[in-house]
Design a protein around this ligand. Structure first.
Ligand code: DAH
Length: 347
């Protein structure tokens, strides 16, 4: 067979093969394209015969080669489009979409109960014109103890044994050092100081159901002229009602903290039994919620605040304790495990 006839045959054969390719076998098209038009394909093979042709015939056949390549290239193109359309059509016919099915719910997370508690308390105090101050979790011994009236050999330090980074630097044992740091900076010519400071604190405790080596407190401090114990009581009563219900009352019991004088322990009337005595209040009708007192004159003086002219009150509450009381949580470790079954209970 001469070259021209072979070219003609290749063209017709390929066209027929192309038409036979089915939509679900689309890669056959690519294979055929390589076999016929590829670098080492049939057309290239036939081209090699050109050199044996006569001078007159060579340009003619050369032209025919080009025509066959063009025709086939176009045919491949068209067949590819047809196959694609057929595939789409097939999918449209086979896939069904039930638009009446309910949508897939995206699971929303919620804030951790401790974040909720501190935000709730922050909101209450913001409403009363308090500022919210951030303290340092890694604190100097100086602010954590000395400035809170606990000099180096003070026995009350033992109750707050903690993690030391060096001799002078430690993980704070309470949020109280924020008192000293804020007092240092406050400009009393602009008015009284009113602040709260929520945050994490650390103690070398053995973890059990009611103790954790790290937990959360909220410190409160008000210093100004003529601040009295009445202001302390009024403020704490208000916050207790907001946290535990409007019917709550509070009582103050004498206590001791080195940085307050006098110092008190604050109890709220039991929100479960209303004061009659039950298992939550251990039959006493009262639940201890925080420590407080009038700021010790030494604490003021160490910040350069004249204790003759200024006075104040302070309080410190444990966030976990508030949450445990309010929601009847009996194991403090639940707060820190990150178990979503715990967290999701408090939406
Ligand atoms: N810092 C105390 C503690 O961690 C709590 C406390 C008690 C803070 C009385 C105060 C306060 O500001 O007046 O045990």
């Amino acid at each position: 067979m001469d070259l021209q006839a072979q070219l003609e045959e290749l063209k017709t054969k390929t066209q027929n093969q192309l038409k036979a390719i089915k939509a679900d076998n689309a890669n056959e098209l690519q294979e055929l394209r390589v076999k016929v038009l590829g670098k080492k394909g049939s057309l290239t093979e036939l081209l090699k015969g050109l050199k044996d042709l006569s001078q007159e015939l060579r340009p003619l056949v050369g032209k025919q080669v080009n025509e066959v390549r063009d025709v086939l290239t176009q045919a491949f193109e068209e067949q590819a489009q047809l196959l694609e359309a057929a595939q789409i059509q097939a999918r449209l016919e086979s896939e069904t979409l039930d638009v009446t099915l309910p949508g897939r719910q995206i699971k929303l997370g919620n804030r951790h109960i401790l974040s909720q508690i501190s935000e709730e308390i922050e909101d209450i105090f913001l409403g009363m014109g308090f500022q919210i101050v951030d303290g340092f979790e890694v604190e100097q011994d100086y602010y954590n103890f000395e400035r809170m009236n606990l000099p180096k050999d003070h026995p009350a330090r033992d109750m707050q044994d903690t993690f030391y980074i060096s001799e002078d630097i430690l993980l704070r044992t309470h949020t109280s050092p924020v008192q000293a740091r804020t007092l240092d900076k406050h400009d009393f010519s602009k008015g009284p100081l009113k602040m709260i400071s929520p945050g994490r604190v650390f103690r070398r405790d053995t973890d059990d159901a009611t103790h954790s080596h790290q937990f959360h407190q909220i410190e409160g401090l008000v210093v100004g002229q003529n601040i009295s114990m009445g202001d302390l009581k009024g403020t704490l009563e208000m916050i207790s009602k907001k946290m535990f219900g409007e019917d709550r009352s509070i009582r103050l019991r004498p206590s001791y903290f080195p940085f307050t004088e006098p110092s008190v322990e604050v109890d709220v009337s039991c929100f479960k039994c209303g004061g009659k005595g039950c298992n939550v209040c251990k039959k006493t009708g009262w639940i201890e919620i925080l420590g407080a007192g009038m700021v010790h004159p030494s604490v003021l003086e160490m910040s350069g605040v004249d204790s003759e002219q200024y006075s104040g009150f302070a309080f410190g509450l444990g966030q976990e304790r508030i949450a445990m009381l309010r929601y009847g949580i009996n194991d403090i470790r639940g707060f820190y495990l990150g178990d979503s079954r715990f967290i999701e209970q408090f939406k």
